[in-house]
Design a protein around this ligand. Structure first.
Ligand code: SAH
Ligand code: SF4
Ligand code: F3S
Length: 446
């Protein structure tokens, strides 16, 4: 097949990794990949369903492409979480869609596209991954040349009551450690300087065999994997997301032992009220969570903690919300993502009355944002005068003039563009702090 395919990605890092993998399979099957949808024969959207607004985005984009390509319409496909959840209903709701590809059908995309191009009107695949499917993506096929996402576990068994992910991604499935290590070694040899181990809950990692971990100790398989990945010597290692209930303090011990395990932990708490946490079925209380935070703060390194919060979960009272504000102040997060509760069809929470009004949700969102802004300003101020190491990853999505750069603790740092090249790691002295970024001068780069 010599047709051209354009893939547009929404949602989390898992989707980015899946789109990379789709690209590899498509090129291997002889397809061309294009950077814009303007002339592509096939347009594929890799979708997210985590909140209502995210799920709607694909329908807006389908309409836009249809109008843009009037008279010369491409074959259109939906893959990812919306595809898995909506299945064949997508064909009825969006007649321009000819292809629906579930979250575990990525490796079969080339054959599915071929069927659509041959004129089959409704090509659907919501099946599991085949046992023989490989998760590897060659270093040459990555979106970024310097930072690579390495999936270690996919799916989720936690079933937090508000969340659609267990339904869209299926059960937890861990990748064999030796396979992960081979990939990390290859990335290192290829010049990659930073990797992110990714998964809905990385610290729930449980491979079927020990192969690859034999030489490494640790309280849990994830702790052993962290040490094994660190021992490859790759320069910077980050990992997201950590599930609080499965967060073992030995993770902190591993970070203390290996400099290349970065000093950043994303540990979403969702709420500061035990009553709401129970309703969310998170499996931890506020004090359980704070114990984990304590262990992280007791590290000999300064580890940045970031989190996610949902405001306006059903029945969240003013007192529940005050408890969340207190927790956010107490922990003093280096970064916080705040979301307004969004009812997802089919989840247990969807049976509850979504009774916190839009106005109240907006107000709570703003109040929390204000607390976080003040905390963060102080934290960022405390970095002025300090030296930190940053990696220039890619051109900024906002401006061609800028490069996106992150510190080991995952903060954004700005400095005059020409001082370092893409892919370089620079030592920066922070000269000024903005609410969500630092400004600095380059002392050395390599
Ligand atoms: N696996 C991760 C995150 C998954 S989704 C974890 O367990 O924390 C990313 C974030 O989206 C979640 O942390 C949560 O804050 C938010 N989110 C998930 N479902 C949501 C919903 N129905 N409404 C609003 N926010 C939601
Ligand atoms: Fe969703 Fe909870 Fe699983 Fe995270 S742990 S993906 S919030 S169900
Ligand atoms: Fe969205 Fe699916 Fe990721 S719902 S957040 S793309 S797992």
């Amino acid at each position: 097949m010599s047709a051209s395919v354009y893939v547009e990605t929404f949602g989390c890092q898992m989707n980015v990794a899946d789109s990379e993998r789709a690209g590899v399979r498509l090129r291997a099957a002889g397809f061309d990949l294009t950077k814009t949808p303007d002339n592509a024969d096939v347009v594929i959207f890799n979708t997210c369903s985590v909140r209502e607004r995210a799920a709607h985005k694909v329908f807006t984009r389908i309409g836009e492409i249809r109008r843009m390509r009037l008279g010369n319409e491409p074959a259109m496909g939906v893959m990812g979480c919306v595809a898995q959840l909506e299945g064949a209903a997508l064909f009825d709701n969006s007649p321009s869609v000819n292809l629906v590809v579930g979250t575990r059908a990525t490796d079969r995309l080339p054959q599915l596209i071929e069927r659509a191009l041959k004129g089959e009107p409704r090509v659907l695949d919501l099946d599991e991954r085949a046992e023989t499917d490989k998760w590897d993506i060659p270093a040459t096929a990555r979106t970024s040349k310097y930072v690579a996402f390495v999936p270690i576990i996919e799916g989720c068994n936690k079933f937090c009551t508000y969340c659609i992910v267990p339904y869209s991604r299926g059960r937890e499935k861990s990748r064999a450690a030796f396979e992960i290590l081979d990939e990390v070694n290859a990335l290192r040899d290829h010049g990659y300087r930073e990797i992110h181990l990714i998964g809905q809950n990385v610290n729930s990692y449980r491979p079927k065999t020990d192969a690859g971990l034999d030489l490494f100790r640790g309280a849990t398989p994830f702790c052993r994997l962290l040490r094994a990945v660190a021992a490859t010597g790759i320069e910077r290692i980050k990992f997201t997301t950590s599930f609080p209930r499965d967060f073992h303090p030995d993770i902190v011990a591993a970070i203390n032992e290996y400099e290349n395990l970065c000093n950043w932990i994303h540990l979403p708490v969702q709420s500061g009220s035990d009553r709401i946490l129970r309703q969310m079925r998170r499996g931890h209380t506020v004090s359980d969570y704070l114990r984990r935070v304590e262990a992280i703060k007791n590290s000999q390194r300064q580890i940045a903690i970031t989190s996610d919060i949902i405001v306006g979960f059903p029945d969240e009272t003013a007192a529940d919300f005050s408890a969340t504000m207190k927790l956010v102040s107490d922990v003093n997060y280096h970064g916080l993502y705040i979301f307004k509760y969004s009812e997802r069809p089919g989840t247990p929470a969807a049976k509850l009355d979504d009774n916190v009004t839009r106005g109240e949700k907006a107000e709570r969102f703003m109040k929390l944002e204000e607390i976080q802004r003040k905390n963060q300003e102080q934290i960022y101020q405390s970095f002025v005068g300090r030296e930190i190491k940053v990696l220039s990853e890619r051109a900024s999505s906002k401006s061609d003039e800028d490069i996106t750069r992150h510190s080991t603790c995952h903060k954004v740092i700005n400095f005059p563009r020409r001082s370092i090249d893409l892919g370089q790691v620079a030592t920066i002295r922070v000269t000024d702090a903005k609410p969500i970024s630092h400004y600095g001068e380059v002392l050395a780069a390599a």
